[in-house]
Each structure stands twice: as structure tokens, then as C-alpha cells.
Design a protein around this ligand. Structure first.
Ligand SMILES: Cc1ncc(COP(=O)(O)O)c(C=O)c1O
Length: 392
């Protein structure tokens, strides 16, 4: 099974994850959310076939593309929408930014559940809006939840709620009940919801992703869902993403914002790779394999960390390939941990504070790599941790 998910050497390919440091010979990069696995063979074949056609001029997006998107969400996630509800753009960050631009005016407040994906902060600020943080609460099992009392109080001042479902970095796959409660509260307050669902295919056994649109439709709520096959199939640089917005007036505004932001032209590789990803059997098998491998990696890393560093607390993995680790007992700033690990141990993790102040004392570890590479990285983390503890 694992053979299907083949590792590829990404060093010296101008790879952001590997080649952003000068000497990457002994580097173990477990930071940015990019995978070590090859994209599915079907997607590689598609891109190669298209690349062999030696004209790379402007392209149009065919009906087949919309059909693939609608059909995928209908068949796999049980969410129905029409071709005309879909707007394409060059990535989920451009999508979020365009939707924020379309549905806010300068100085509006956008509510986010923190800690959360770092570009949420920049997309809100770049559109001259303010951030209202609604910190997630961690329970005794280290699982994060929305603090609905806090949310109900804060939403009164928010024009928009920006949701991450599944949630990066705390790995929550919000349940249908939780999403229903969010939709209900937003409806009561007449608040627009943007849901970033880029991680929706990477969901562990026993958990179920619910598209926010399914619950929002029941409340006749105004919303936009942003998604892409980019994380799932390791094709982020092909720059393709979709926004689903069923409300015609808002969709026209979003379309206009995509145009104002000049991110309305996609490339032939992204279009064709998406069609293949959303229609081929092999790609469905790839997802199953990926989720299994990521979860096995999570368990191996967790076992080792718990054995060697009992003070470290690991949040259960529900979705995404990102592990959220509480090392606050070390009494060191997250950024310092990241910097020292990189400098002295050649291990690159993400500091928790990249995702907001609630991430202080935490690190985020990327699990989408061969187990051997992950365990090597975890062992370096353990050695570093023990070294700091021994100096106390
Ligand atoms: C929640 C979330 N949204 C968006 C992105 C990036 O999207 P894109 O590369 O399509 O702009 C990421 C990447 O890690 C992410 O985790």
C-alpha cells in the first residue's frame, strides 16, 4: 500500500520547504504544509501530457472542470451545488482575500477561531479589516472546541466569520452539530461566513468532514466555501482553487473582487490536474492511502514523544497532516524553539505563535513524509528538549 505513496527527493528543486536554507544537506523540514510524497501518478501523467503540447498561452476553463468539482463534492461529500455557484481562482489564499474584499468594507471586523492558519491574519489585514479572536478551548483530552459563549458575545461586532474546517493547526474536524451551532448563531446575527476547507480530504478514520455549505443551506445563510485539491494531491504550485457561493449578489461581488485582485487567470496544468484528481479512481485510492500513512505516522511520533518526553502534550489528530504539540513545560518561547532546532539540530518545525498568541509554547509538526524521516526529526526534537531540560 505504502508503495503507492512514493517519496520524492525535493532537495535542490527550488523547493520552498527544503531549499529555503543555505545548507540543507542534513535538514529535516517538518514545517510548511507541503508533502514529501509524489502527486498521484494519474495527475503526473496528466501534467506531463499537457506539458508535451508546446503552447502555454492563455486557456479557458471547460465545462468538464465544473462538472468535476460539482460531482466530487456531491458524490464524496454529499453536498450539492450548481456549476454557476463556482468561481475559480489561483489559490485558497487569493480566494479568501477576494471574498473578504467582496463582503466587507474597510474597518469591518472579521472573527476567527484562534490559533489559526497564519494567512488568515494577513488576508484580513490586507483588506483593511480588523481581527476579532475567539480562542478555542482545549478540553482534558487535549481536543479543541469553540467557546460558544465567547463566540456569541463577540459575533455582535463582527461582519464576517472566517472558519477553518478542518482546522489548521489544531487538527479539529468540526462535527455537523458544531457547524450547525455556528450557522445558527451567524444567522441570528446576519453574519457572512467564509469557510476554508482546503484540508477537507485529509480526515482520519472515525471522523467525518461536513461541508459548511450543507448546514448553512438549512439556515439560508450567506456564505462562501473555499477549497482546492492542492493539499490532498501535493499540487499547490499548480495554483488552482474554487469558491462556492450560492448567493448571486455576493457571488457577483466576489467575482468582481477576483478581477480587481487580478487573480482570475488560472493555468492549464491546474485545470487538468484538478479534473484528474476529482475524477480518477487512482486519486481516490491515493487519499485513502495518504490518510492511513499520516495516521500511522502520527501514532509512531506520539508513542515516541510520550515515552521520552512525558511532559509534552499531543492533541489528537482528527484531520490535516499537522500535529499540534504542547511543549510549554519547557518554558521557552515557541519562536526560540523553532530557531534553535533549526540552527543546532537541523530540524525545521513551525513555532506555534505563527498561528496566534495562543500558540505560545506549542510547535506544529508536518506528518506527511516517510515514517523514517519523521522519526529522525522527532528524535532530534527529543534530544533538543532533553538538552534544554538538563541545563535548567
Ligand atoms: C487552512 C489553509 N488555507 C490555505 C492554505 C494555502 O492555500 P493556497 O496555497 O491554495 O493559497 C493553507 C496552506 O497550508 C492552509 O493550511
Amino acid at each position: 500500500m505504502k508503495n503507492y505513496l512514493r517519496q520524492v527527493n525535493r532537495r535542490n528543486t527550488n523547493c520552498y520547504k527544503w531549499d529555503s536554507v543555505e545548507n540543507n544537506k542534513d535538514l529535516i523540514p517538518l514545517w510548511v504544509a507541503d508533502m514529501e510524497f509524489q502527486a498521484p501518478k494519474e495527475i503526473v501523467d496528466t501534467v506531463v501530457r499537457r506539458a508535451k503540447h508546446p503552447a502555454y498561452g492563455y486557456v479557458r476553463v471547460p465545462d468538464e472542470y465544473y462538472f468535476a468539482v460539482c460531482n466530487w463534492f456531491n458524490e464524496i461529500h454529499n453536498w450539492r451545488f450548481l456549476k454557476t455557484d463556482v468561481l475559480y481562482t489561483t489559490g485558497v489564499i487569493p480566494a479568501l482575500s477576494a471574498v473578504i474584499k467582496a463582503v466587507t468594507k474597510p474597518n469591518d471586523n472579521v472573527l476567527i477561531f484562534t490559533p489559526v492558519y497564519n494567512h488568515f491574519y494577513s488576508s484580513i489585514k490586507n483588506n483593511d479589516c480588523n481581527i476579532i479572536s475567539c480562542p478555542l478551548k482545549r478540553d482534558e483530552n487535549l481536543v479543541y472546541h469553540i467557546d460558544f459563549d465567547d463566540f456569541k458575545a463577540k459575533i455582535k461586532n463582527a461582519a464576517v466569520v472566517l472558519l477553518c474546517n478542518p482546522h489548521n493547526p489544531v487538527s479539529r474536524v468540526f462535527t455537523e452539530d458544531e457547524l450547525t451551532e455556528i450557522a445558527k448563531i451567524c444567522k441570528e446575527n446576519n453574519t457572512f461566513v467564509i469557510s476554508d476547507e482546503i484540508h477537507c480530504e485529509i480526515v482520519m478514520d472515525g471522523f467525518k468532514y461536513t461541508p459548511f455549505g450543507i448546514v448553512a443551506d438549512k439556515f439560508n445563510l450567506k456564505y462562501a466555501v473555499c477549497s482546492s485539491p492542492s493539499k490532498t494531491f501535493n499540487m499547490a504550485s499548480l495554483q488552482i482553487a474554487n469558491i462556492v457561493c450560492k448567493d448571486t449578489e455576493y457571488r457577483q461581488k466576489i467575482d468582481r473582487a477576483i478581477n480587481i485582485n487580478e487573480c482570475c487567470d488560472v493555468n492549464p496544468f491546474g485545470i487538468e490536474a484538478l479534473i484528474t484528481g476529482y475524477t480518477s479512481e487512482g486519486c481516490r485510492y491515493y487519499i485513502k492511502t495518504l490518510c492511513k500513512v499520516v495516521y500511522e505516522n502520527f501514532l509512531s511520533a506520539k508513542r515516541l514523544l510520550e515515552k521520552e518526553l512525558p511532559k509534552v502534550k499531543i492533541t489528537p489528530l482528527e484531520g490535516t497532516y499537522l500535529m499540534w504539540v504542547d511543549c510549554s513545560e519547557l518554558n521557552k518561547k515557541s519562536k526560540e524553539i523553532e530557531d534553535e532546532l533549526l540552527k543546532f539540530y537541523n530540524l525545521w518545525l513551525s513555532a506555534g505563535t505563527l498561528y496566534g498568541e495562543e500558540g505560545e509554547g506549542f510547535v506544529r509538526i508536518n506528518l506527511a513524509c516517510p515514517e523514517e524521516m519523521l522519526i529522525k526529526g522527532i528524535n532530534r526534537f527529543i534530544a533538543y528538549y532533553k538538552e534544554i531540560e538538563s541545563k535548567k
